[in-house]
Write a new protein. Structure first.
Length: 241
């Protein structure tokens, strides 16, 4: 009986000790990755609030390069009670994806990824609306003759059906065919333009009954998140659905 009582007391003590740490247990709240291609250093800034850095901490970091595990680091504490930064030597090339997983020693984890980029590749894509052509009258998207430009930059009668809207793009990182080209009419999305390999432009039709002067806007986004933009004022008249 005495032995059983001792076991119960020990169990209660363990529960009492573990409950506070379990109550505060949580995975890291945030993690920010930065890669310096010149020094080949990956900086991992972790936010993990903890009442005791030796009791509740990030105990393991895994780093993957293009889905291949390249680094595993284990820790028995964390440097501070909140935010801190680890630095790792990682040889990576432009376009590589680096993924970091930070594990809490009690429960949970957080995952973040970045794509390695060259600082010189921060320029947004070049975007130019080539159809309609500014300063011309168009019928169903076909350029016919110069217009005065008094009403708008260009005139479009009958929509852009026979000849769609055409957008030329160029980027210092991605091929033009890989860019995400979005077309908006008065800031409302018309759709995503498709790439025409033969014409080497993105295309999308603009049809439907309407009358008025509209702002035609086009954005092109590369895989690094850089966004280029072009726009023009179009007088549009079409009565065909």
């Amino acid at each position: 009986m005495k032995k059983r009582t001792n076991i119960i007391v020990i169990l209660m003590l363990l529960i009492t000790l573990l409950l506070p740490s379990m109550a505060f247990a949580h995975p890291p709240q945030d993690m920010v990755l930065e890669y310096d291609i010149d020094t080949e250093n990956l900086s991992v800034t972790i936010t993990h609030n903890s009442p005791g850095p030796t009791v509740h901490y990030v105990n393991k970091i895994e780093i993957k390069q293009n889905d291949n595990l390249i680094i595993t680091e284990e820790y028995d504490s964390q440097p501070t009670t909140s935010e801190y930064t680890y630095t790792y030597d990682v040889q990576a090339e432009v376009g590589d994806e680096l993924t970091v997983i930070a594990y809490c020693n009690i429960q949970g984890s957080i995952t973040r990824s970045i794509t390695v980029r060259n600082p010189s590749q921060d320029e947004p894509p070049v975007v130019e609306i080539v159809n309609p052509t500014e300063g011309y009258f168009h019928f169903s998207g076909i350029r016919l003759f110069p217009s005065s430009g008094i009403i708008a930059d260009t005139l479009g009668f009958g929509g852009f059906r026979l000849q769609p809207l055409k957008i030329y793009t160029e980027d210092d990182f991605d091929d033009s065919s890989d860019l995400i080209v979005t077309v908006l009419i008065d800031e409302e999305q018309l759709g995503t333009a498709s790439y025409n390999d033969d014409a080497e432009v993105h295309e999308i039709k603009w049809t439907g009954p309407n009358l008025g002067t509209f702002t035609l806007s086009v954005t092109a986004e590369d895989s690094l998140g850089n966004i280029g933009r072009d726009e023009m004022q179009v007088w549009y008249f079409c009565f065909i659905p």
